[in-house]
Write a protein that binds this ligand. Structure first.
Ligand SMILES: [Zn+2]
Length: 331
């Protein structure tokens, strides 16, 4: 019985190590090819590596995307060898090696599904990109294929739940539908990101920031702010500073979050977004990456800082408005 548990624990650890090795292969090959991989979201079937920068040419993307599944297949091969030599000699070891070889093959196969943003989708995009020379169009096609495959999985799952072919149970169907839903939403998110990048291409922080966010002291009340600044000037953003030192930022939304009867007794300091919750942008930073950062961190405003001085404020509303105007004009 103890042996059973030990083998189980070792197997789980080795499986986890296999997934990590897969992701490390992406990171290492990406780094060598100039694509830094920022974070890895571990998912049941491996991870989805988030890149801060897209590949500069199809060859780099191909190598980075293919590295993960290639690594999994090599690991599968090694466990296959171990199984081959252990079978009939050390049976628990052989069983463990067989299972690990099997899951690594599954890991490689699942990630090679040609739907973006899975590895296979990235490989597919890099091939399209090499052939057509059009990065944008290739991403569009690869994400569409990703969505299509997601829908097929969901449909397949539903069919399994109702028809139970080949002795499959409803749980397998549910599982397949869930994976399909995950693929579809990941592909849609990538597509949305592409459209943002497109629409906000070439726009920099200094172009979209508002420069008329007045400085207000932190100790005035919300009533004083509303009476003294908002109702008279119509301004919607404020930088809260004490003797020139930035303490936070304030938007209309912050004010709306507290009931009107409390305005007289609440200080601006209490409702502002404090500086340690604020992320700073650089004047040259490009707008798509700012919007992504805002979404990732769930923040609505970013002060633009140049040489230690706040030169403006970028609001999420402002970016979204610009995005919608630019995409409507097809610019
Ligand atoms: Zn991968």
């Amino acid at each position: 019985m103890a042996l059973y548990w030990i083998v189980g624990i070792i197997t789980s650890l080795l499986f986890f190590a296999s997934v990590v090795a897969h992701e490390l292969a992406h990171s290492l090959v990406g780094r060598v090819n100039g694509i830094p991989v920022k974070s890895i979201t571990l998912f049941i079937f491996g991870g989805i590596a988030q890149m801060t920068k897209e590949a500069a040419h199809p060859g780099a993307e191909f190598k980075m995307a293919a590295a993960g599944p290639a690594c999994s297949l090599v690991i599968a091969g090694l466990f296959g060898l171990l199984w081959f030599f252990a079978q009939g000699v050390v049976e628990p070891l052989a069983a463990m090696a067989f299972w690990l070889a099997y899951v690594n093959v599954i890991l490689a196969a699942f990630n090679l599904i040609p739907g973006f943003p899975l590895d296979g989708g990235r490989v597919f995009r890099s091939l399209l990109w090499r052939v057509t020379g059009n990065y944008r169009r290739s991403t569009q096609v690869a994400t569409r294929v990703g969505q299509g495959i997601g829908y097929l999985f969901v449909l397949g799952g539903i069919l399994i739940i109702f028809l139970r072919p080949f002795g499959l149970d409803w749980f397998s169907g549910l599982w397949l539908a869930f994976i399909g839903w995950f693929l579809e939403s990941a592909a849609s998110a990538s597509y949305r990101q592409l459209r943002w990048r497109d629409a906000l291409q070439g726009v920099s922080a200094s172009q979209v920031m508002t420069t008329d966010c007045p400085l207000v002291p932190p100790n005035i009340t919300v009533s004083q702010l509303v009476q003294g600044y908002i109702l008279t000037s119509g301004r919607q953003c404020f930088l809260v500073a004490d003797e020139g030192r930035l303490e936070g930022a304030l938007m209309l939304a912050n004010i709306k979050s507290i009931p009107q009867q409390d305005w007289g007794v609440t200080q601006v300091r209490e409702i502002m977004t404090p500086i340690d919750k604020l992320k700073m942008a650089h004047p040259d930073q490009d707008a798509p990456s700012i919007l992504e950062e805002m979404n990732e961190n769930e923040i609505n405003q970013m002060p633009v800082v140049s040489e230690g001085r706040v030169v403006g404020l970028i609001t999420r509303d402002g970016l979204i408005k610009l995005l919608s105007i630019r995409s409507r004009l097809g610019a």
